[in-house]
Design a protein around this ligand. Structure first.
Ligand code: ZN
Ligand code: ZN
Length: 340
């Protein structure tokens, strides 16, 4: 099978011909149809974060495909998925299922988790093996092209809006309109938020308006904090841009009682937060990491019901290094989806 492999951290990816992996106990072999390109894959290939993946590895955690083989049943679950099922392979490749986080519905916090395309090979390949309990079925009404970005960008922003507890009529600032941001705008609208989109390109802001944003601010030409304060501030600020400065602007845009939801993971990740304003303003700072299998099922259900739109362009696996360059330069509409 053809796969895009990270040969060494920081090196360009190589398209290699690898043997089709065999599913072990409790695993399925998935023949990939589409695979979304997430900024995290670029961080993985560059080794940007404190916990680094071990090359060679195959990135990708927005994989959609058909179960082609089922491995021998795992001792505790038996076969959950059938040959022919269309499933999503997400960032949460597996979790232990037994720890306090797993049994309290917080499996994304499991300390024994494996992550697709990071600690186990991911979806930039014609085939991938995955834990059958952690792949999520894709409803018929959701195309494989749309399902891919929903599998990380969708579920991650859905969860961010959920943990922020946005109430109808509250003001929501979405900082960064890309793969994640274009969906965050829509989830904030679904729960009744009044949305201000912040980005540095007019094209992305036009997209945000098209998707329902009530206000837009170009942070390259306007001070977003002043602009949002002129609008009365926001109750929730979702930080999706991989820039510590953007996190600080998001914090400073909050009204009293506001919540900052931290989602992006800048390579250089420290922000300065004034203690005085945090205490007097009753501000909450929340970290939100992807979403659970149930969150992803909810994301698919919303899309199947026609509540969200996915903006993406499809490209080929061979173009992966050019695609990474285009993503870093902001030259892609919202998301790139590899089509196999
Ligand atoms: Zn991702
Ligand atoms: Zn666990």
């Amino acid at each position: 099978m053809r796969a895009a492999v990270v040969p060494a951290l920081g090196a360009p990816l190589e398209i290699r011909d690898l043997p089709i992996p065999a599913p072990g106990p409790g695993q399925v072999l998935v023949r990939m149809q589409t695979s979304g390109v997430c900024h995290t894959d670029i961080h993985a290939a560059h080794g940007d974060w404190p916990v680094k993946p071990a090359p060679p590895f195959v990135p990708g955690h927005e994989g959609i495909g058909i179960v082609e083989r089922v491995g021998p049943g795992s001792p505790d679950s038996g076969a959950v998925r059938q040959v022919g099922d269309r499933v999503a392979i997400a960032w949460l490749g597996s979790a232990c299922g037994r720890c306090a986080y797993c049994i309290s519905g917080r499996e994304t916090l499991c300390e024994a988790q494996h992550n697709s395309g990071y600690s186990v090979d991911g979806a930039y390949a014609e085939y991938a093996v995955a834990d059958e309990r952690f792949v999520v079925p894709v409803p018929d009404a959701v195309s494989s092209r749309d399902a891919a970005p929903l599998t990380c960008a969708g579920v991650t922003t859905f969860k961010a809006i959920k943990v922020a507890g946005v109430a109808p009529g509250e003001r929501v600032g979405v900082f960064g309109i890309g793969g994640l941001g274009h969906l965050a705008v829509q989830y904030a609208r679904i729960v009744g938020g009044i949305v201000t989109a912040v980005d540095v390109t007019d094209e992305k802001l036009r997209l945000a308006t098209e998707l329902g944003a009530d206000h837009t601010v170009n942070a390259r030409t306007t001070d977003p904090v002043a602009a949002i304060r002129d609008l009365g501030g926001v109750d929730v600020a979702v930080a999706l841009a991989a820039s510590p400065q953007s996190f600080e602007q998001a914090f400073s845009s909050l009204r009293r009682g506001g919540r900052l939801v931290c989602v992006a993971l800048p390579a250089e990740g420290t922000m300065q937060i004034p203690i005085f304003d945090t205490v007097l303003g009753g501000i909450s700072v929340i970290g939100s990491i992807v979403g659970t299998r149930q969150d992803l099922a909810d994301v698919f259900a919303l899309h199947a019901a026609g509540r969200t739109r996915v903006i993406a362009e499809t490209r080929k696996l061979d173009d992966i290094n050019t695609i990474f360059g285009d993503v870093l330069a902001g030259r892609v509409p919202a998301r790139v989806v590899l089509q196999f």
